[in-house]
Design a protein around this ligand. Structure first.
Ligand code: HEM
Ligand code: SF4
Length: 551
């Protein structure tokens, strides 16, 4: 966990006081909704279909049990008893009353949580691999660098009014769990031949109306230069990014229009002005941040303890262990993913009671720490392998041990028409229906890794472009229709999926997904060939035929 200092705490507390005053003035009528809007957006407050929506940041997805309990408290006291984890390591509350917002923020501030820069045209929550610090395959903990960037970009005067929102993501492993290629700036922590750590920098990725995969702008930027280098990118964007057309304002459009070579040359020039200046990080500064990440006092434990051997006879436990337990850098420990995708449930939702119980389990089994991933699931990052059977029983009782992580029912979905004022169509009920269709674990396992992503409109909050199967809600004659894409992916080989044909009505979406899956099972070369690889090998045509032959 990262230990915040008084500077962080003072900043957070002052912002709460400022917002309390702004809300007071809105409630008294002194401010109109239009005047209030930019102020509330600075604190993560949107106005949605039914109520204000409140988005809270979880930097690099790391939470202490005390912080998690406070989120449960906010859900219970000010909302309807649940929260919604999103794809950018945030949590959203959909039913909060304006008058309660300052109190909710004040309660969260007690544990160092805030909602600053979770909306607006600024640098948003810096996200990172949710397994940072524990993944066996990482170069080093990417959260150290996410924290350096977070501190630098928080309330940065030059970058508080960018042409559009701006998102960073960082990974430190070859296997990208942070979707860095669909972010404005994606950073891949690597070690060069001389043993120095630094970053491959990608720029101009993003989804929404015009999806782009990020392009590599520089193969290696030393760690000490990372702030000055990203500052140079932001300066170029701030200066040349389009402010005349909201649809063309993101950095991906600038990169696309200039071309990556020209854009890189501009950045290089801007970098000359700031490189080797005050933004250069010295080892002491990096060490200071690194030293604030406190790691648990791991014990030397066996990788195959008796408890685990004894539980291996239980088929349900084994199914969960194979699906939801991942290796840890310490052999006696494991990373456990908690599925927030129960059969028939809205993806990413957790009730206040569940959240509290997960905090208790984190205290008991994971040194009080929890992680939030971009797939709308949670993880306990430091579980002793001997505790896995006991933990599983507790998680199962809570309804967060569905063994479907990375399988067809581990669906990412935006709130869609159930909450969102921009939606064309519903997302959540489609996800619920699909989880019912694919509830059978054996079948889902047979299908293997398959990500279904759903967005209720072109803004792509559900990352539909990079879903192995992507579902996008569109409106036709006042009715909900859905475009289906296949072959997208959000990992190190990220690509945007291909459309398979005309949009289909709401009632047919689940059938279409079933048809696609059946086609895949018939067409794959061998069981190990993943859905995305089959699509890559044979293209969309065979799937198209299967889906549209009878429609
Ligand atoms: C109901 C409240 C929400 C509203 C009004 C909203 C609004 C938007 C808008 C307008 C965009 C397009 C931005 C652009 O292209 O410049 C967007 C993008 C996005 N939103 Fe949301 N969103 C909401 C909820 C969510 C939720 C629940 C998630 C996660 C499940 C999410 C994650 C994202 C992501 C990942 C993008 C794509 C960013 C990109 O790469 O361009 N949002 N959102
Ligand atoms: S994709 Fe569209 S419908 Fe879904 S949350 Fe985003 S803006 Fe709303």
């Amino acid at each position: 966990m990262y230990a915040y200092d008084e500077i962080d705490q003072t900043l957070v507390d002052e912002r709460v006081a400022e917002f309390r005053d702004q809300v007071q003035r809105r409630l008294s009528g002194e401010l109109t909704e239009d005047e209030f809007k930019p102020l509330r957006l600075m604190n993560g407050v949107y106005l949605q279909l039914h109520a204000y929506m409140f988005r809270v940041a979880i930097p690099y997805g790391t939470l202490s049990s005390a912080q998690l309990r406070k989120l449960a408290h906010v859900a219970r006291k000010y909302d309807r008893g649940y929260g919604h984890f999103t794809t950018r390591q945030n949590i959203q509350f959909n039913w909060i009353a304006l008058k309660d917002l300052p109190d909710a923020l004040a309660d969260l501030a007690e544990v160092g949580i805030h909602a600053m820069q979770t909306s607006g045209n600024c640098t948003r929550n810096v996200t990172a691999d949710q397994w940072g610090g524990v993944a066996p395959d990482e170069v080093e903990d990417p959260r150290v660098w996410a924290e350096i960037l977070r501190q630098h970009t928080a309330l940065h005067p030059e970058f508080s009014f960018l042409p559009r929102k701006f998102k960073f993501a960082i990974t430190a492993s070859d296997h990208d769990r942070a979707a860095i290629k669909v972010h404005d700036i994606g950073l891949r922590l690597i070690r060069n031949e001389q043993g120095e750590t630094g970053f491959e920098v990608l720029v101009g990725g993003g989804l929404g109306r015009s999806p782009f995969i990020g392009k590599s702008i520089k193969p290696f930027v030393r760690g000490r230069d990372i702030l000055s280098y990203v500052e140079a990118i932001l300066r170029v964007y701030n200066q040349y990014g389009r402010r005349d057309n909201i649809y063309k304002a993101r950095i991906k459009i600038l990169v696309h229009e200039l071309g990556i070579e020209k854009f890189a040359a501009e950045v290089e020039q801007a970098w000359q002005e700031v490189a080797e200046g005050p933004l250069t990080l010295d080892d002491e500064m990096i060490e200071d941040i690194r030293s604030r990440f406190v790691y648990p006092a791991y014990e030397k434990l066996p990788a195959m303890p008796d408890e685990l051997r004894a539980a291996a006879g239980d088929a349900r436990f084994e199914a969960w262990r194979r699906n939801s337990v991942a290796p840890h850098r310490e052999p006696g420990y494991a990373i456990v993913t908690l599925s927030l995708k129960p059969v028939g449930g809205p993806p990413g939702d957790a009730t206040a009671d569940q959240i509290d119980a997960i905090a208790d389990l984190a205290d008991k089994y994971s040194f009080g720490e929890i992680r939030v991933g971009h797939e709308q699931n949670l993880a306990l990052p430091h579980v002793a392998r001997r505790d896995l059977p006991a933990l599983w029983a507790a998680l199962d009782a809570l309804g967060v041990a569905t063994p479907n992580v990375n399988l067809v029912s581990d669906i990412i979905a935006c709130p869609g028409l159930d909450y969102c004022s921009l939606a064309n169509a519903r997302s959540i009920p489609i996800a619920q229906e699909l989880t019912r269709r694919f509830a059978n674990h054996e079948t889902a396992n047979l299908i293997g890794r398959l990500h279904v992503n759903i967005s209720g409109c072109i803004n792509a909050c559900g990352h539909h472009h990079v879903g192995h199967i992507g579902i996008l809600g569109v409106e036709k004659n006042d009715q909900e229709f859905y475009q289906i894409t296949i072959g997208g992916r959000a990992d190190e080989d990220a690509r945007v999926g291909d459309l398979i044909g005309p949009a289909v009505p709401y009632a047919e979406v689940a059938d279409v997904v079933e048809d696609i899956v059946e086609a895949y099972l018939a067409l794959r070369e061998k069981p190990e060939e993943l859905f995305v690889d089959t699509v890559k090998r044979i293209g969309v045509e065979p799937f198209k035929e299967r889906v549209y032959a009878t429609r």
